[in-house]
Design a protein. Structure first.
Length: 332
């Protein structure tokens, strides 16, 4: 079990502390109080804190093995930002599956990533054999929209669906979904989180031919949508788990920020799925909601902290150097 032991130990210390110092002990129960039908920001803060694994006594891989499928001859930064963020947030390993043209470039950015140059139809069976060892997979950063890529990614998503592999789909991965909306229809839990910006969200909404506020429930119970923007809106079939995040951030909308969010989300998603969040709740949907909240929060904080230092010159790479500070201020 996922650090159950240390959690129980933590819990008994906490209770002891409550008794001795009379701090507000309602917190620990309140995090699963869904009675007021809409979750409160404080509930999310407590739940997202509760998914962070302890580092003691774990073996390599316990904190997550994240896959990123993306990159192309034009785009090498996007899959790098996503993968390195998943590790900086706390995953143990990050695998990038990318094109031959992008692989060497990405390896040169970082010795921390494992990079496979297999993103080509001729290596479909190699990709298929890599998928099972990844806990959560991000599909889309820097993919491009070549018809051959769209076709290959459709097949990869289908394989992930057969395996019930949790996915985060972003950027050109969302283009693939908008070209064939059935590919994630009825995706099984633990499901998929789509992370469109407003433009991508509109394209998806058109693709499912719905323009009511329920368009995001088209794909079934286990596909949630985080619409990124000045405010981040998390939409899920289970409306009590929906939320809007504001605060943090800055006016700066720099390229690569979405990739940072997708990488952070993958790690948090894995952790949330491994944690027993709340007994009577829908575990997968609540995990998606809590993970997306943590990822949105961290991305906004990184943006804010980097912009304090670099102002208008803030780049995605600067945001990545602030991840540890964002984690500290959000979760300790
Ligand atoms: C759309 O996706 C479904 C499910 O993966 C697949 O069976 C179908 O062939 C795809 N359609 C097109 C036009 O690619
Ligand atoms: C969207 O809504 C408008 C009216 O609000 C309607 O005329 C249109 O047909 C709708 N489009 C779709 C795809 O449902
Ligand atoms: C979620 O959406 C599906 C498909 O639209 C629907 O059948 C199901 O009842 C919904 N579940 C909830 C909890 O709203
Ligand atoms: C959880 O569900 C069970 C069975 O439906 C019920 O008996 C119990 O009171 C519920 N617990 C909470 C905390 O809601």
């Amino acid at each position: 079990m996922f650090s159950l032991h240390s959690k129980m130990r933590g819990y008994s210390y906490f209770v002891a502390l409550c008794v001795i110092v009379l701090v507000n002990c309602d917190e620990i129960e309140d995090k699963c109080n869904f009675l007021d039908s809409k979750l409160q920001p404080n509930t999310f803060r407590l739940l997202s804190k509760s998914i962070i694994p302890t580092m003691a006594g774990s073996v390599k891989g316990d904190a997550g093995k994240i896959g990123v499928i993306g990159g192309s001859i034009e785009y090498t930064g996007a899959p790098y930002f996503s993968a390195i963020t998943s590790m900086k947030v706390g995953a143990d390993l990050a695998y990038v599956i990318t094109t031959e043209s992008a692989a060497t470039v990405i390896k040169n950015y970082s010795p921390d990533l494992i990079v496979y140059p297999y993103l080509n139809t001729k290596y479909a069976s190699k990709i298929r054999s890599l998928i099972p060892k990844m806990d959560v997979i991000v599909i889309g950063p820097g993919l491009g929209r070549e018809p051959e890529t769209v076709h290959l990614i459709t097949d990869i998503i289908q394989d992930c669906k057969n395996l019930g592999k949790p996915l985060v789909i972003d950027a050109d991965g969302l283009y693939v979904v908008s070209k064939n909306t059935s590919v994630i229809k009825n995706y099984p839990c633990p499901g998929v989180v789509l992370t469109p910006n407003l433009r991508e969200a509109n394209r998806l909404m058109d693709a499912v031919s719905k323009n009511d506020s329920n368009w995001y429930s088209y794909w079934g119970d286990c596909v949630a949508v985080l619409v990124k923007g000045e405010k981040d809106h998390f939409n899920t079939n289970m409306t009590v788990y929906s939320w809007i995040a504001t605060g943090g951030g800055s006016g700066r909308r720099v390229g690569g920020q979405g990739d940072i969010l997708s990488g952070a989300l993958a790690t948090f998603y894995h952790w949330a799925l491994k944690t027993e969040l709340c007994k009577n709740e829908s575990q997968a949907q609540l995990a998606q909601s809590v993970a997306a909240y943590a990822a949105a929060k961290i991305t906004r904080l990184c943006n804010y902290k980097a912009s304090l230092e670099y102002g208008q010159s803030t780049l995605a790479s600067d945001m990545i150097t602030k991840i540890h500070l964002a984690l500290q201020s959000a979760f300790t």
